[in-house]
Design a protein around this ligand. Structure first.
Ligand SMILES: Cc1cc2nc3c(=O)[nH]c(=O)nc-3n(C[C@H](O)[C@H](O)[C@H](O)COP(=O)(O)OP(=O)(O)OC[C@H]3O[C@@H](n4cnc5c(N)ncnc54)[C@H](O)[C@@H]3O)c2cc1C
Length: 237
């Protein structure tokens, strides 16, 4: 299945807001006040927020934000690019992904063909798009559907993905008592948003990690209990 990610994010935000959550846009976390193994306050560009519990869920900036609290995560950041063509009449009613070509295609509700593939092969904090990736994805797409060679590209973009050594997320406790982690979703976190949000809310409300999340603990990297999900996206990252 496919879903419009921005509509899903705004749907969650609207409902959370209606139920009393405060959402502060354009508010950057710049540090944490840590005392006796706990976070006392979050420091932002718009002031200090005293806190009972804190959850870090900062996507491509997770490593940096956690470091502000003195917590080093086993995360490396890589750009992941995608691009869309001009809109076409509906013809592709499923997602097509080729593991050997490292290319996937899906048609959006606006008719554009969304084309993506693997991550960039180097660590970088940048959302620039590259000619290399454009050529690689265009080659894969035309190989699968030769008629696409005459279709124009509309735009191309990149996001920063937070990759863990086993390609699985880190969910649960951190070395600080009231600091919780929902990090390392890398290239496939959108599809898990609903269940991850629900279980992390449960974790914070009860102050303990539910059984479902226990395998995703940060300690698994020290204990060598990795959860290999390298194939989760059916494109090699
Ligand atoms: C091109 C591309 C294609 C993808 N395709 C898919 C797909 O098909 N399926 C899928 O499941 N996943 C896909 N993903 C991966 C998916 O987008 C991520 O795994 C997911 O968005 C991670 O969710 P998150 O909530 O952890 O982080 P994000 O959605 O990145 O949210 C983190 C938020 O934290 C904010 N933030 C960062 N630093 C700070 C700070 N210092 N202070 C305050 N706020 C901060 C950011 O602004 C952002 O709003 C794709 C990613 C890319 C780039």
């Amino acid at each position: 299945g496919t879903a419009r990610h921005d509509a899903v994010a705004w749907g969650f935000a609207a409902q959370a807001s209606r139920r009393g959550a405060e959402i502060h846009q354009r508010t950057e976390v710049q540090g944490f006040e840590v005392e006796t193994g706990q976070v006392r306050a979050v420091v932002t560009n718009r002031g200090r927020i005293a806190c009972g519990s804190v959850l870090i869920a900062a996507g491509g900036m997770n490593y940096d934000v956690a470091m502000m609290a003195g917590v080093e995560l086993p995360i490396r950041c890589y750009p992941l690019q995608a691009m869309v063509t001009q809109p076409l009449k509906p013809w592709l009613h499923t997602l097509v992904s080729s593991v050997s070509l490292h290319t996937y295609l899906v048609q959006s509700s606006r008719g554009e063909i969304v084309i993506g593939g693997g991550s960039d092969p180097y660590q970088l904090y940048s959302t620039r798009s590259t000619l290399d990736m454009k050529e690689h994805l265009a080659e894969g797409a035309v190989h699968l559907f030769p008629f696409l060679q005459s279709v124009r590209l509309l735009r191309q973009w990149a996001g920063i993905t937070d990759m863990t050594p086993d390609y699985s997320p880190i969910m649960g406790a951190s070395p600080l008592a009231n600091l919780w982690l929902d990090c390392g979703w890398g290239t496939w976190g959108f599809k898990a948003t609903a269940v991850a949000g629900k279980r992390m809310a449960e974790t914070i409300a009860r102050g303990r990690v539910p059984d479902l999340l226990k395998p995703f603990a940060l300690e698994r990297f020290e204990k060598f209990r990795l959860l290999n999900e390298m194939g989760a996206t059916a494109a090699s990252h």
